[in-house]
Design a protein around this ligand. Structure first.
Ligand SMILES: NC(=O)c1ccc[n+]([C@@H]2O[C@H](COP(=O)([O-])OP(=O)(O)OC[C@H]3O[C@@H](n4cnc5c(N)ncnc54)[C@H](OP(=O)(O)O)[C@@H]3O)[C@@H](O)[C@H]2O)c1
Length: 300
């Protein structure tokens, strides 16, 4: 029987992994759907309700820290017994149009927004709550499949530099790749840093696998449609997955009552080694301290 008293917060629940996981988590209680499009949120909410589940929608643009903080307050005001938070919303793009705060959109949406959202929720999270970030193995410069497609790992100089779209030299020649890899390294830095700083909560990261059929990236619509049809067949390739398959693994990690914290999982739910750089506590602490300092420059 569903534990309807529990609540699960999912960001970016309107597409890809987030949508599939929201549908899956609805079997475990009320899902708090946090996304930028009221129409798309309403559609996912209706789908969950039609299947007999419970969901509420909260609007947030993760590229805008003011919007994110307001949304976190709305989530807290719902006064639901939150058992898990899934930071899934993300983009991979060559677009560098500055955000509301004048920051690089990838760094803001994938790292600064989720960090601000998560930390704003802390006072409302009971001991033992699971907080999960969707990371990406492209942060590791030694991850061969990622290097083959042009990634050169996370290229963090400082939070201020990343917010300006500046990275360590020798990066990728593909537009947006350094921004994406560096911002997703921030998800891991957050998990490792927060696990040390907040032992009463459980922080986990997952590399969900490669899903060519999601809306991630700047693919033209026709290529996207083809990728969507081909994805189930492409799962014979190592690390390729579907939203549905990944959602089962992500749901297991979000609902896992084991108390495990500071752990990074692969697409099958097995422990995964992060890059040498982000595995160094001094580096992840610096990454998060600088991110917090940058966030603190933005008034509510
Ligand atoms: N697909 C992969 O191969 C892969 C691999 C490793 C990691 N990941 C990570 O997995 C996560 C989900 O990706 P996906 O492949 O499922 O992509 P997706 O289909 O594009 O879904 C992304 C979700 O994030 C939301 N989102 C994007 N920008 C937002 C913003 N500014 N504010 C609020 N919500 C926003 C989207 O909302 P809209 O529906 O409104 O656009 C959507 O719900 C991301 O963090 C991504 O980095 C993906």
């Amino acid at each position: 029987m569903a534990e309807t008293q529990d609540a699960w917060v999912v960001t970016g629940p309107t597409s890809g992994y987030g949508r599939a996981t929201a549908l899956e988590l609805a079997r475990h209680g009320t899902v708090v759907l946090v996304g930028r499009s009221p129409q798309k949120l309403a559609a996912v909410r209706s789908e969950i309700q039609a299947a007999g589940g419970e969901a509420v929608a909260v609007v947030a643009d993760f590229s805008d820290v003011v919007s994110v903080r307001r949304a976190a307050k709305e989530v807290v005001a719902l006064d639901l017994p939150i058992r898990g938070v899934l930071n899934n919303a993300g983009i991979q793009t060559a677009d560098t149009t500055p955000t509301a705060q004048g920051w690089d959109p990838s760094f803001a949406t994938n790292h600064l927004g989720p960090l601000a959202f998560t930390e704003s929720l802390f006072p409302a999270l009971a001991d033992g709550t699971n907080v999960v970030f969707i990371a990406s193995a492209v942060e590791d410069p030694e991850r061969k499949p990622a290097v083959r497609v042009g990634f050169r790992g996370g290229r963090y100089l400082s939070a201020e530099a990343a917010a300006r779209g500046e990275y360590t030299p020798g990066g990728s020649t593909r537009p947006g790749f350094d921004a994406y890899a560096t911002s997703k390294q921030g998800s891991l830095a957050a998990v490792f840093n927060l696990a040390r700083q907040h032992p009463r909560l459980r922080f986990r990261a997952i590399e969900p696998g490669v899903n060519p059929g999601s809306n991630l990236g700047d693919l033209p619509a026709a290529a996207r449609a083809i990728a969507r049809v081909l994805t189930p067949v492409l799962t014979v390739i190592p690390h390729v997955t579907t939203s549905k398959r990944a959602a089962k693994v992500i749901t297991r990690i979000v609902t896992d009552p084991s108390g495990a914290t500071g752990i990074y999982y692969d697409e099958n739910g097995a422990p995964l080694q992060a890059s040498k750089q982000v595995s160094d506590p001094a580096f992840s602490d610096r990454y998060i301290a600088e991110s917090r300092a940058l966030l603190a420059t933005v008034p509510d």
